[in-house]
Design a protein around this ligand. Sequence first.
Ligand SMILES: Nc1ncnc2c1ncn2[C@@H]1O[C@H](COP(=O)(O)OP(=O)(O)O)[C@@H](O)[C@H]1O
Ligand SMILES: O=P(O)(O)OC[C@H]1O[C@](O)(COP(=O)(O)O)[C@@H](O)[C@@H]1O
Length: 333
Amino acid sequence: MKNIALLTSGGDAPGMNAAIRAIVLSAHHYNYNLIGYYHGYNGLINRECKSLKLADVNGIIGRGGTILKSARCNAMHSEQGVNQAILTLENDKIDALIVIGGDGSFKGAIKLAKHWQGQVIGIPGTIDNDICETDYTIGFSTAVNTAIEAIDKIRDTADAFERVFLVEVMGRRSGHITFNVGIATAAEQILSFENFDCTDQAARLNDLSNDIKVVQQNRHAGYLIVIAENLWPEGNTNLAAQITNKTGIDCTPCILGHIQRGGAPVAKDRILATKLGIAAVQAITEDKTGIMIGESNGAVVTVLLQHATQKTKEVSQRLIKAQHDILSVSNQG
Ligand SMILES: Nc1ncnc2c1ncn2[C@@H]1O[C@H](COP(=O)(O)OP(=O)(O)O)[C@@H](O)[C@H]1O
Ligand SMILES: O=P(O)(O)OC[C@H]1O[C@](O)(COP(=O)(O)O)[C@@H](O)[C@@H]1O
């Protein structure tokens, strides 16, 4: 008999609810008590919680967001905040804590594990897919699909007007969403941290403008640029204005924003979340701690949280090269 606690932290990601459901069902299977803390680490610090029962997770597998709410909790960056969180876990007699979130949330979990005797298990939940030692994070596939759906629609106007669109996608400072969405929408350009050095802004603007003019002359079609958020130093809306000025062709900025974080999770995220949720509870039965449950080559793996947070997972070089090679051909005619 164990008391397990669960929270979701950082940016919400489609599939978090599916993971919560799997954890509730597995905990029930092992006869464990399960408490959910609300609003990320704030729920630990302010002791906002609820016992989670089977009835709480009926019908949530297909819902975006998280029934436990999420938050970015500044207090966890201070020793006082971490101690307060630990005090709550001790007072509530928690044996194991499952944290569903991104690398920031895992760093918080590592701090808790340093001074708290209970088991700490992480489940990767972020649309950014930037966590090492797991092929995918929960929410990434849905975010990519959502962005593709939106950009396919923008493509119609781009082609009809032979117009340029600069579409910004999320990912913080990592290009997994940018590259996957760019490739899947046959974007004329993919601009991300991994392939676009903005140090010489004037030169980059020149290259881009020349390419736009050549492609439009060759193809008489739209020109779609998929760009990572936080890339262009003066902001992507600004970049669109600069392109318009330079080429004399309208370049419309379009920021997809939070639609990428919401909506019903696709099958891949529901299934991944279910597998990881079940494995997290299984790991608790085996007295494991300080680990993330991930997936590698289709198999569930356990990895030290320290390793998972050591660096940001890079976009595959093969994907970057594929885009580069395809682009050089497709933009010719
Ligand atoms: N270095 C850290 N130490 C302690 N807690 C952290 C740290 N980084 C992030 N956190 C906690 O995790 C929360 C979510 O982190 P954030 O980076 O915003 O999202 P994500 O977990 O999705 O990467 C933060 O608001 C904070 O409460
Ligand atoms: O909505 P917010 O708090 O401004 O955060 C935006 C950020 O959150 C994300 O959507 C998800 O990031 P995390 O999962 O790491 O929290 C990023 O892609 C984006 O940069």
